[in-house]
Design a protein around this ligand. Structure first.
Ligand code: URA
Length: 296
């Protein structure tokens, strides 16, 4: 089985070869990334988990270097692979910073690179056990370079807080890192195209491979499609556990849907999905939390 160190090395080599094949002669690396790479733990020094580690791991807000359940940089969506060794925290931070730099400089979708104000790469803890994945940045996210900061984002923040966590305890990202352009329109968003999703998804795969969340929440149909491929509609999928490369994935409604459809019954469904997520993560659930929407 490839070690975490070798997986990172493979991913870095693949990226450099890709750059070279596209004519790049130099790579820009920030001084702090270089410093962190210089301190990277060698394979022989990578700590191994104690053999008597209990199977159940209740939610801890940050778990630097926690072992993946079954994810791998090299696995295909849906593929289950053996648990990987824990990542060295400094190597992980350096790899994440390098990934972010690549995404921020990305011009693979020329039309989006020229229309965007900012790349909304992702936000939160890179050691999060819980990760939320949405569709793509909207106007507010494009303006601020951060996912889920507009109206739908404010509702997502409330949902996260209702579980007892904060945005800083989880990680939030999108299928697309750039706002889908809307030429000729002054307002509104559009769904990402299949080509845009296919071009951008490797960044999300790498984010997940490095963060190794214990649970992923896919917000809406596009997030599910990006992570699992085209399956059933979100109405059929939500509330049912799926698996993304060995990691439990809960599809639920996008918060923008809840803003459009104010019915209490729909909010309650999303909350039920979050209760299932909290149970999976062995988070404490109070009576008040259990009964939030009981009368809806
Ligand atoms: N909708 C999304 O899917 N993502 C965002 O970041 C904002 C709105």
């Amino acid at each position: 089985m490839a070690s975490a160190y070798n997986q990172l090395l493979d991913a870095t080599i693949r990226h450099l070869e890709d750059l070279k094949s596209r004519g790049a002669c130099h790579v820009a690396v920030a001084p702090e990334t270089l410093r962190a790479l210089a301190q990277t733990t060698r394979p022989a020094e990578v700590p191994t988990p104690p053999s008597d580690e209990p199977a159940a791991r209740p939610y801890q807000k940050t778990t630097p270097g926690h072992a993946a359940e079954q994810t791998s940089l090299l696995a295909l969506p849906g593929e289950t692979v053996p648990a990987a060794a824990p990542l060295d925290p400094q190597a992980k931070a350096a790899a994440f910073a390098a990934l972010r730099e690549r995404a921020l400089a990305c011009v693979k979708c020329a039309h989006l690179a020229s229309s965007r104000k900012n790349v909304a790469f992702g936000v939160g803890s890179i050691d999060a056990q819980l990760m939320f994945v949405g569709e793509a940045p909207g106007a507010d996210e494009d303006e601020q370079g951060e996912p889920f900061v507009g109206k739908a984002g404010q509702l997502l923040t409330k949902i996260i807080q209702a579980t007892g966590l904060s945005r800083a305890d989880v990680y939030i990202a999108n299928i697309l890192k750039c706002r889908p352009d809307t030429p000729g329109q002054t307002a509104g968003n559009r769904k990402p195209t299949s080509d845009e999703m296919a071009t951008c998804i490797p960044y999300l795969h790498e984010q997940i491979d490095l963060i190794r969340p214990r649970v992923i929440v896919a917000l809406g149909a596009t997030a599910v499609e990006g992570l699992l491929g085209k399956t059933l509609g979100i109405t059929k999928l939500r509330g049912t556990w799926k698996t993304y490369r060995g990691t439990p994935l809960m599809p639920t409604y996008h918060p923008a849907y809840l803003l459009r459809n104010q019915a209490m019954s729909e909010k309650r469904k999303v909350w039920e999905d979050m209760l299932a997520v909290m149970e999976k993560l062995e988070m404490p659930i109070s009576e008040k939390q259990r009964n939030y929407f009981l009368k809806a």
